[in-house]
Design a protein around this ligand. Structure first.
Ligand SMILES: [Zn+2]
Length: 67
């Protein structure tokens, strides 16, 4: 039972297979670029969701983010 099957995930932005390893700093994204792209989309979409109090904490943490 020592098989170590490499776990991979698909980059949510560009669908590139990403190895789920510690070295992959931006997982599940393949790169920081894709991470930033997805976070940008996510933030935009979040504003369209009414009554989502889940994001209130994030708003505090990202208060200094330029808009
Ligand atoms: Zn990607």
């Amino acid at each position: 039972m020592t098989n170590q099957t490499p776990i991979t995930v698909k980059c949510p932005t560009c669908k590139t297979p990403v190895p789920w390893v510690a070295e992959q700093a931006f997982k599940p994204f393949c790169s920081q670029r894709c991470q930033l792209i997805d976070l940008g989309d996510w933030a935009t979409e979040a504003h369209k969701i009414p009554g989502e109090s889940v994001f209130s904490d994030l708003d505090n943490g990202l208060g200094e983010t330029e808009d």
